[in-house]
Design a protein around this ligand. Structure first.
Ligand SMILES: [Zn+2]
Length: 150
């Protein structure tokens, strides 16, 4: 079995098994390159035994839960590897929670979550892979989830 070896980094995060072609969306979620303070490596369309995939490696940064939830929306098969001192300290698959709050904008302009009131967007997750969500308030289902991530 051919498996890509990810070059070792001292500390940081390796996001593996990103749906092929979605690495740039993952970078956007992470605020890269605007919010850049360390080395970032991207591999696009890498062959693996599970089909082609993208890989993103961010040095000196561990992801926050909200960032992992956003990644799960566009790359539901992704795995997050936390590297500390050259070793994989934690490895887990992304998994969408049953509700996501404040990370996707509702596509319905008259939805209460789009008023200027302090109402955070709230979606029920009805399918995890491929991700499908519906608005808690107006039941609108956004078709272009990746474009609506806040
Ligand atoms: Zn709505």
């Amino acid at each position: 079995m051919k498996e890509l070896k990810i070059p070792l980094i001292n500390n940081g995060t390796v996001i593996d098994h990103i749906t092929s072609g979605n690495a740039l969306k993952v970078l956007r979620i992470l605020g890269i390159p605007e919010n850049l303070s360390s080395t970032v490596s991207v591999a696009i369309n890498v062959k693996s035994h599970l089909g082609n995939k993208d890989i993103v490696k961010v040095e000196n940064r561990e992801l926050e839960t909200s960032e992992v939830d956003k990644i799960a929306l566009i790359a539901p098969k992704a795995t997050i590897n936390i590297i500390r001192n050259y070793e994989v300290a934690e490895k887990h698959k992304v998994e969408l929670p049953s509700e996501i709050i404040g990370i996707v904008n509702c596509s319905n302009p008259t939805c209460v979550s789009n008023y200027n009131e302090p109402v955070k967007s709230r979606f029920k997750v009805i399918n995890k892979d491929p991700p499908q969500i519906i608005c808690y308030y107006c039941e609108r289902e956004p078709e272009d989830i990746s474009e609506r991530i806040i």
